[in-house]
Design a protein. Sequence first.
Lengths: 138, 412
Amino acid sequence: MDRDRQSLLALVQNALEKSGPDALPDFDGLARSLELPPSEVYGLATFYAFLGEKSRGRHTIRVCSGLPCHMEEARSVLTRLEKVLGIEAGQTTPDGRFTLEVVSCIGACDQAPAMLVNDELHGRLTTRKIARVLKSYT
Amino acid sequence: MPQQRVILRHCGIIDPADIDTFLTRGGFQALEKARRMTPDEVVAAIKASGLRGRGGAGFSCGLKWELAKAAPGDEKFVIVNADEGEMGAFKDRLLLEQDPFSLIEGLAIAALAIGAGQAYIYLRAEYRRLRPGIERALDQARQRGFLDHVAVTVFEGAGAYICGEESALMDSIEGRRGEPRLKPPFPVENGLWGRPTIINNVETLMNAPVIIDRGPDRFRNLGTATSAGTKVFSVSGDVARPGVYELVLGSPLGELVELAGAERVRAVLVGGAGGRLLPASRMNTPLAFDTALGSGSVIVFDETRDMVDMVYRSAAFLAEESCGKCTPCREGTEVLMEILGRLTRGDGAAGDLEALQALAGVLAEASLCGLGQSAAVVLKDALAYFREDFEGRIAQSGMLRGLSVLRPGNLV
């Protein structure tokens, strides 16, 4: 079996990061360069929660919706973020600063309710802590 | 029996950034010992220990290694499954954070045993922040010559629960959607790029140095006849002290829940969304492969919790994470979530419970992989132990519909 496409996850990730907030990532170009049908690249990108076919803002907030977080009012964390940022889950703020997403268990159940901002974990969230965390990402 | 820290013995004690703190506690001595043994002897020791996979499936680790070793081929792979995605599971996160060296030692032993020259650590995207620590530990192990026989690469996932399933995980490394393959052939013969491959959970591999170092008999003497050794548990939910605990396999569930400081327990979910839901009356259930275990995720619900809501969240997780390859799981988890969602919103109907029960049968019988096959187990347990919650929701729904007729808008 050929190993040419081994790095496809990373290449898609790269294409997403390179494209500006209003532009679409160049998946067609990526498909051509790997001699793959575009459907293979789109199919992969839309399969993984951390990829997708739209570029994201500078910072991605991923609110955990796993059961332990749900039990600690993850819903109100999301509501709070939606209110403060003025967007709904799945959207990016107009200034391109934050993208808000809801994800499955992030493995921080001992610190519920929790969220990831980019790669960093923030747990035991309260209204005050959410405000403090948001301020630290410019 | 109190906590028994075997796998956790270095956690919180060594400095994960300094291999010397690991070496002074006997680190990598098991690898040195394994190097003096033949690969067959290493495999035989793991097999004799009775070690079973800690990721949830519970397959014999020694048999897996034996088959991969025996499989023809010059190129073989070891893959560490660090795609911990089970709802309520976080023990591998702690192990990777606090003791990456034991994992590296286990991986090195596995590669030696089956004759693999290459290894991957498949790290879930949600744990990307742990990568620098793992890379640093790998570098230090390389510098000391512990990885001369195997090239190790960290591969980052991209957010897909299903990639914890071994064949989906391999697809992901190959640059594809992570969709479980039809088995056989099994990865031990036909794995990554068609080569013989073993895929072991983080915790499973961390058991290998313990077995080589102390001998299989001492390992086997811990636990039960079919569940040897200790198990690391992730405990969360309605407990005073959520966290990671290690107990000898076969310990009663109640003991673990008590350690974590649970009070007024109504039920415990063992093994995440595809696990077992046990009522307070079953706290004497042994935590073992043939009873309730999974990957060791334990979520505690107190008396204030509504089981319909809990089961709904669990079903929503699976509906989101179903890969979509096979129809029973793709559609079944969706319908499961829909019906349970209606029940939680007070919009249930007569016949819902019968429909759920029928669906549970289809999912279990017709799904391609473990995700779909176990998707309705929690529901079946909930219907067996907490049927009144579901019936109450349906009765309430009927009343709500009756009331809506009387709303002013409906009278005009």
